[in-house]
Design a protein around this ligand. Structure first.
Ligand code: PAF
Length: 284
């Protein structure tokens, strides 16, 4: 596996990979890789001749009081994992390479980026959309793979790519890959490592409580009351607060109050011991 840290080196390596008309799958990450990321790499390998993974802790998607400095960085370990998964190329730019002096462009996706995490993390999805657009232009992949765990992020990226004509037929397909979970059901996340043992145990109740709420909604329980009960059960289980627990149209992310508008998605963000966890599941 080669590693590129400058745009020039990346372009040369990508051109070599493409020399015989071979296809490229891109797996964008911020590093601190876990089984969820490696599943994306495996999916990309199945679908494309080569996998290019990027590792870039993107400062523009972190708010002023968020964990940019504390975000885990382990390039050597991540690189070894990617190599053993058969990745062809690692793109690991510096902040200066990604945002050279004078960088002034911002991509802002309205609608899907506005509620949920967008409301709690102002500017977050602008940072995501801008860096992902740059990654698409830099690597020019045939397919790009993202985890469904960041369901709203995936919706924002799909909207950005559609609106900026990046996903014309046969140019770039965006593939959402189902969330990979720990044995107790907790969605894998690089931030799970922030949890103390006690908080990790309590965090494991999140997926079970979500499944219970989904079962109740599917059995006909009223949505607002069920969501209120879900929030309370998370607090009872040891969460400090719940940013949101909402039922939304899975495509537009507009809030829904009944299952008439299918497919629907239950989306939750909750905080425990200073860590913000998100999860989502299909409903109906
Ligand atoms: O999901 C992530 O790891 C990041 O938001 C992404 C898509 C790599 C953009 O920085």
């Amino acid at each position: 596996m080669q590693t590129a840290i400058t745009l020039e080196a990346l372009r040369k390596s990508v051109a070599k990979l493409r020399a015989n008309g071979e296809t490229i799958g891109l797996v964008p990450t911020m590093g601190a890789l876990h089984e969820g990321h490696l599943t994306l790499v495996r999916r990309a390998r199945e679908a494309c001749d080569h996998v290019v993974a990027s590792i870039f802790v993107n400062p523009t998607q972190f708010g002023p009081n968020e964990d940019l400095d504390a975000y885990p960085r382990q390039l050597a370990e991540d690189s070894a994992m990617l190599e053993s998964e058969g990745c062809s190329l690692l793109w690991a730019p510096t902040v200066d390479a990604m945002y050279p002096d004078g960088f002034v462009t911002n991509i802002s996706v309205s609608g899907v980026s506005e509620g949920f995490c967008g409301a709690d993390r102002p500017g977050h999805f602008d940072g995501v959309a801008t860096v992902v657009c740059k990654l698409f232009n830099q690597v020019q992949p045939d397919m790009a793979f993202f985890g469904e765990k960041d369901f709203q992020q995936l919706a924002v990226i799909r909207a950005m790519a559609r609106d900026l004509d990046l996903t014309q037929p046969h140019v770039l397909s965006i593939i959402g890959v189902p969330t990979v979970r720990e044995a107790d059901g907790l969605a894998m996340s690089s931030r799970n490592r922030y949890l103390s043992e006690q908080h990790r145990t309590a965090a494991g109740t999140l997926p079970a409580e979500m499944k219970q709420a989904i079962a109740n909604i599917e059995a006909g329980a009223a949505v607002p009351e069920t969501l209120d009960k879900l929030k309370q059960s998370l607090i009872d289980a040891g969460f400090d607060s719940v940013d949101y627990a909402a039922l939304a149209d899975a495509r537009s992310l507009a809030l829904v109050e009944t299952l008439a508008e299918k497919p629907a998605r239950l989306l939750v963000a909750a905080r425990i011991g200073g860590t913000r966890l998100i999860d989502n599941m299909a409903v109906g």
